[in-house]
Every structure is written in structure tokens, then in C-alpha cells.
Design a protein around this ligand. Structure first.
Ligand code: 4AD
Ligand code: MG
Length: 470
């Protein structure tokens, strides 16, 4: 509850809807979602983002000054409404406000307002990302993001992990995949050049090439190898040219890193983490989740509850390849030992073979990053990907290579320079320890939890190939 300048009690819609009606006076404010007139009655629905539901306001035979104000209160206008709380005869709501006064704070010309009462496509709403949070779906997404963000911190804080801030600008490629955005202050027209004619980044702001980070992992390893367990939760950037429904150029990632932890302990942490988050969401965002279940992904709630209740299947990459090749299914990308799993394979494993989340481990070293611990077979590494139905990979992680010589060799094999990773190698020189971690893509988690098809619709302002509006 807050006070406005006249010292009236202003309530948020969510709190109003939880009250028992008794004719009590109150003030609400928000944006008009719908309005309709019938004879001497005017009905309004007001939403203020505090919950999915609107509160209905009814004006019966309004006084002339109120009627004049009502005429200005079109869909989309911001309003302050005064009235009393009464039992509602309408279906689907227990209370309504009987309006006595109205102030239009900001008008919204009906013929120009881009959000009409009909259902708009998500593609259209992406073009008006400044107005889409005023729709049911995007309001719900915003509340789900908020709920999950908070639960992520709570999960780790309850387990004594330290929240670590890793840099956004970096000189090292944490994934060694070369998918980084360059950060520079050099002029694109006339950059300084060295004697070979190449751009001289020695003259750039940082005195060397610099990029936006693809992952906080290497920095998190530094802190895990001193403080035992840490996590990051921040934006990461990938210049992958993937125009898909699961890739963003800027996304948020959660990366725990734990010392004295092998791949099994890492898998346990990932499974506990996902279950904790989904359960918290089902309990904390019930109304929004019921909306996604009925309007976006039928069966969602039951499905997520099963994920919370059952153990995740754990299989090796080799077993995954066997299951795929013996399935008799013809895939767009044929499967054989050594190829990377594509999202069609991940979906097949989770949706048709195991019917639930699957953790795949021990991938061929050639298709995974240099830092993953090499197995005794010399061919596979202790990577682990958590795959889920509908989406495929949601988490990628591994036990890290803790042996200095092996790591040096893996860096060289991967075509990277040892000198660039000198400090990372030092961690294996001084007090090396088995340690593990993983990265959860926050937007992939929200996609999975809500059933939303396109990753661009679960982040307020998506950045993707050829798209950086708003
Ligand atoms: O599998 P990735 O590349 O792993 C890492 O970055 C490791 N350094 C993590 C670690 O071990 N600390 O990315 C991790 C997760 C993926 O499983 C996926 O959920 C998400 O990040 N992700 C993306 N999400 C949206 N758009 C993209 N372009 C993404 N790339 C990865
Ligand atoms: Mg991955």
C-alpha cells in the first residue's frame, strides 16, 4: 500500500483482488485494458502489472464531470480510479470497484494505439517491444523472469555460494570458439596499422584486442580455486550467426563453479538447481503459469511437475549415438560417433526415447572446449549437457582439466595460444584441485518453463542477428 498526494490508500490490483469486499473506499491506478459502455453503465478493466488479472471498475450513472473524464479514458490510457470495493456478480472475479471518481493521467488515442483488444501475433509484438509488456503474455514473462532471478540467488545463497561479478569486457575467448564481438575505440575508417599493414590493436584502448565476454567461466574458476564455490549471473555475448528460435547475441547466463567437485557432483548440482527453480516458479507464479499452460503450451504444468518429481536420465554420448542410430529414424543431420548432437537429435532423445530431461556426458574431445577434463581413454572429455524436451540443450558444463600438462596440450591442440592463458594455467600450477561447473542459459530456462516458442519473446529487448531495436 502507498499514499498518493491526497493521503488516500492506493492499492495494487493484486492486493485489491485478494481483499474481501465490504464497500471499503480505495484508489487504484494503472492502464486501461478494455472499456465498454452499456446504457448508464461503463465497465473498465485496469491492469497495473502486479498480476495477470485486471480489476474491473464499474461506473453506474456517473456524474457529468466523471462522465467527461470517462470519455477520455480509452484503451491504453493511464488512470487513477477512486471507488468502493464490492462483490462482483460477474463470472471469474470475486470483487469489483464501483467507481466514484476518475482521473485520466495520460490519454491514449484509441485509433492510434497499436494494441487492440484482439490477439496480436508475437512477430507483430516484437516490432512494438516498447508496448508489449502491456499484454498478458509479456507481463507474465516479466514476472516469471523476476521470480526465477530471485530463486537463482536464493538457491546458491542457501548453499553458501558467493555471487561473483565477472568482467563483460575481456581479452580471452573462454570457449575458444572465436564467436566474440570486438570492443574497440579505433576508427573504422583509418585504424592505425603495423609494418605488415594489419590493424595495430596495440594502439587500441586496452593496448590489445578486446571483446565482449562469451562466458564468465574462466574468471569463475579463479575464484572457485580460492573460495571453493561461486556463481555468476550476468549478460554474455555471442557473435554466432545463428538465426534460430533458441539463439540470442546477448543472453544471460548463470555459471556456478565448484572446487573439490567432479562431474557427478556437477550433474547432481545441475539437476537439483533446475528442479528447485521449476518448483519455486510453480509455487510462486501460479496464476502466470496457469496462463502459459492454457494459452501457450497445453500440459505444461503437469509436465514441469514430472520434471521436478523424477530423476534425470544420465547417459554417455556413446550411448546417445547408439540410441539415435538404432532408432530407425532418418535425421536431417545423420548421426555417427564423433559428430556434434544437433537440436533434432536432442529433441528425439528427450521427447521420444527418455521422455524427460537427459544429461549426456563424455563427448568426443574434438567437439568440446579445451578446458574439459580428458578421460583416460584419451578420446572423450568429461563434459555434460542437460537436454530437455521441446528445446534441447539448456545447460552445458564439465569437470575442468586440472592437470597442467594435459591442459597445455589441449590448448595447443585447439589452436589457441598458451601464453594467452598463462594465468589460467597457473591455477593448475599452484594448488590445483578437481573442479567443475556449468552454464545455464537464462532465456532457455524461461522458454522451457513457459513453453514460449521463440527465445526473442522471453527477454525484454532481444539482440539477435540483424536485430537490435529498442
Ligand atoms: O554450452 P555453453 O556454450 O557453455 C559455456 O559457455 C560454459 N562456459 C559454461 C560453463 O561451463 N560455465 O553455454 C551454456 C548455456 C547453453 O547450454 C545454453 O543454455 C546457453 O548457455 N546458450 C545460449 N542461450 C541463448 N543464446 C545463445 N546464443 C546461447 N549460447 C549458449
Ligand atoms: Mg554448449
Amino acid at each position: 500500500m502507498s499514499q498518493n498526494s491526497n493521503h488516500e490508500a492506493v492499492l495494487r490490483v493484486r492486493d485489491i483482488l485478494a481483499l474481501s469486499p465490504g464497500g471499503q473506499p480505495l484508489t487504484a491506478r494503472g492502464w486501461v485494458r478494455t472499456k465498454r459502455d452499456s446504457k448508464h453503465l461503463v465497465f473498465f478493466e485496469i491492469n497495473d502489472g502486479s498480476c495477470l488479472s485486471n480489476v474491473q471498475v464499474v461506473f453506474d450513472n456517473p456524474a457529468p464531470d466523471v462522465a467527461a473524464e470517462l470519455a477520455r479514458a480509452q484503451t491504453g490510457a493511464s488512470v487513477v480510479v477512486r471507488g468502493t470495493l464490492e462483490e462482483s456478480p460477474a463470472r471469474g472475479q470475486s470483487v469489483e470497484i464501483h467507481g466514484t471518481g476518475l482521473t485520466v493521467v495520460g490519454q491514449s488515442p484509441a485509433e492510434l494505439y497499436p494494441l487492440q483488444k484482439k490477439r496480436h501475433s508475437f512477430e507483430y509484438l516484437r516490432e512494438i517491444a516498447h508496448l508489449r509488456p502491456r499484454t498478458n503474455t509479456f507481463g507474465a514473462i516479466a514476472r516469471v523472469r523476476n521470480q526465477l532471478s530471485f530463486a537463482i540467488h536464493r538457491f546458491f545463497q542457501e548453499r553458501q555460494f558467493l555471487y561473483l561479478h565477472t568482467p563483460i569486457i575481456t581479452a580471452s575467448d573462454a570457449e575458444g570458439a572465436g564467436e566474440m564481438f570486438r570492443v574497440t575505440t579505433l576508427s573504422p575508417d583509418a585504424p592505425p596499422r603495423n609494418e605488415h599493414g594489419a590493424v595495430d590493436f596495440g594502439k587500441d584502448f586496452f593496448g590489445r584486442p578486446a571483446y565482449l565476454t562469451v562466458s564468465g567461466q574462466l574468471n569463475a574458476e579463479i575464484y572457485a580455486c580460492a573460495l571453493d564455490r561461486v556463481y555468476t549471473f550476468g549478460p554474455t555475448f555471442r557473435a554466432e550467426n545463428s538465426n534460430t528460435t533458441r539463439h540470442l547475441a546477448e543472453f544471460w547466463m548463470i555459471e556456478p563453479e565448484v572446487a573439490f567437485c567432479d562431474i557427478n557432483c556437477n550433474m547432481d548440482l545441475a539437476e537439483d538447481f533446475l528442479k528447485y527453480l521449476l518448483l519455486d516458479l510453480l509455487q510462486g507464479c501460479g496464476e502466470d503459469m496457469a496462463f502459459f499452460d492454457s494459452r501457450v503450451q497445453p500440459g505444461l504444468l503437469e509436465n514441469l511437475q514430472l520434471v521436478v518429481d523424477r530423476s534425470f536420465q544420465r547417459i554417455s554420448y556413446t550411448e546417445a549415438v547408439e540410441a539415435l542410430s538404432s532408432s530407425g529414424r532418418s535425421f536431417e543431420y545423420p548421426v555417427s560417433w564423433g559428430v556434434d548432437l544437433q537440436s533434432e537429435h536432442e529433441k528425439f532423445l528427450t521427447e521420444e526415447v527418455y521422455r524427460g530431461p537427459v544429461i549426456v556426458t563424455d563427448y568426443p574431445k574434438e567437439i568440446k572446449a579445451f578446458y574439459m577434463k580428458l578421460n583416460d581413454d584419451g578420446k572423450t572429455v568429461r563434459g555434460m549437457d542437460v537436454l530437455v524436451p521441446r528445446l534441447g540443450e539448456i545447460i552445458g558444463g564439465s569437470e575442468r582439466e586440472a592437470n597442467l600438462e594435459t591442459l597445455e596440450q589441449r590448448i595447443t591442440e585447439s589452436g589457441l595460444n598458451r601464453e594467452d592463458y598463462w594465468w589460467y594455467l597457473d591455477l593448475r600450477r599452484f594448488g590445483s584441485v578437481p573442479h567443475s561447473g556449468f552454464g545455464l542459459g537464462f532465456e532457455r530456462l524461461i522458454q522451457y518453463a513457459t513453453g514460449m516458442q521463440n527465445i526473442r519473446d522471453v527477454i525484454p529487448f532481444p539482440r539477435a542477428v540483424r536485430s537490435a531495436d529498442f
